[in-house]
Design a protein around this ligand. Sequence first.
Ligand SMILES: Cc1cc2nc3c(=O)[nH]c(=O)nc-3n(C[C@H](O)[C@H](O)[C@H](O)COP(=O)(O)OP(=O)(O)OC[C@H]3O[C@@H](n4cnc5c(N)ncnc54)[C@H](O)[C@@H]3O)c2cc1C
Ligand code: FES
Ligand code: FES
Length: 483
Amino acid sequence: MERLRFFLNDRPVEETGLSPTTTLLRYLRERAHLSGTKEGCAEGDCGACSVAVLEQDGRGAPTLRAVNACLVLLPMVQGKRVYTVEALKEGGRYHVVQETLAKELGSQCGYCTPGVAMAMLEACHRKDLDEPWKLDAQMCGNLCRCTGYRPIREAASQVAGQCPPDRFSRALEETRPESMALRYEAGAQRFFTPDSREALWEVLEAWPEARFVVGGTDLSLDVTKRHAEPPLLVSLEALPELRVLEPHEGGHRLGAAVRLTDLEDYARTACPPLERMLRYFGSRQIKNRATLGGNLCTASPIGDLAPVLLALGAEAVLLSREGERRVALDDFFSGYRRTALGRGEVLAWVDVPAQPEGTRAVAYKVSKRRELDISSVSAGFRVVVDGEGQVVEARLAYGGMAATPSRARRTEAALVGRRWTEAVVEEALGRLEEDFTPLSDHRGSEWYRARVAKNLLRGFFHETLAEPMPRLGERHTATVQVR
Ligand SMILES: Cc1cc2nc3c(=O)[nH]c(=O)nc-3n(C[C@H](O)[C@H](O)[C@H](O)COP(=O)(O)OP(=O)(O)OC[C@H]3O[C@@H](n4cnc5c(N)ncnc54)[C@H](O)[C@@H]3O)c2cc1C
Ligand code: FES
Ligand code: FES
């Protein structure tokens, strides 16, 4: 069996004997004695544990990304370069991120500061922070209870895109990608990362009960919150074909192991309704690890990507040793947190078909807090309206309204063949009550959900009158304005 190998602050590290479900955060603080990285929530919400990882982006280019060390399991950094806050000071000199944070008074008690600095480090080495909302999205995964966010945001805006000639720039230039392939065992636990389909099928033949993982933003909570010790995890992160993002038969092929950061960049021009949903999906650190496949395979009734992909008529492409199986996303969710995946099958791609002329499509997420919250109700809508103004197809999908993300089939039927007018939409809304009987819980009562579901469809009608696939405005997502 192999060793865990990675670079920590540019120093090569090899480890054996550690549980594969040791989080990177625990490793850093307890084994590597790098206690600059802090623990706040241990569930991806506060950003205190942010570190930077140098890895390849969706196009294979080296990139530096902030991630939540509390959700990263140690084998997930195999072959990668991990940087902690201790790596910022170089040759006795503070990094521009540290200097600016201090100058702007962005730190008081200092607990959040290492995490804030590492999120700022990513900003410092990004070349695409050309609009204010992107900076807000970059920093929104870091909570601070002391300073107020204005000084932190001001400091971040000053360093964004500077790309100074620091150790990180040198590493970005000089680092050649190393293999993530791994067969690791410690005690009764195993962690495998196959880097080819053949290697994956071999593992699954020997251990058909293996549990898959990619970003770990869902699965790691079992470890940190429920103290689970899964005996065998198989990571799909190193299979290059699962990370494709490309035009496909007039539409798009989206790899299941694609990170949501990369998907959001791609969708910005390729698929505006998907981009809209991704704007309000978790923090930058979460999207730097979370994947499309992980989101769909958890089959959560409030998973945010399902409604929009259902509305767009997407198909799931499943792979096993036997070959390829295509399943309409409508049939992928087979019950509460259950999918159509069989034993030995992985979700490989999601194919979004070409959208016909006359398509109007939008996605909505409604949550108690606008940013970084779990949906109370979400929706993806698409109608196709012909030259005479008649609806020829309607796909109205909702999250948070039933045990699975589901389409409102009766409401759809009430629209097809009718003119796309406000009066017809109002009439069709009456059918929504036949489609869904939502639950009441702490995120919303049955009455509230039913009401919101109707209002979203109304909003869709009005919002798409002028623009068939409207993008979100460039509004600030933070609650403070820059000086
Ligand atoms: C702080 C925080 C904020 C979040 N915010 C949001 C949000 O705004 N909206 C939202 O919808 N979700 C959110 N999530 C949930 C989670 O991040 C997403 O569902 C994410 O997309 C999961 O992807 P992953 O790769 O990390 O999944 P993992 O944790 O790696 O895997 C999740 C499950 O899917 C299975 N799986 C993964 N990939 C495959 C595959 N290709 N084939 C077969 N099975 C597979 C795994 O076996 C596992 O059971 C959040 C989570 C956290 C911790
Ligand atoms: S400790 Fe809060 S995000 Fe990791
Ligand atoms: S400075 Fe105290 S939590 Fe941010």
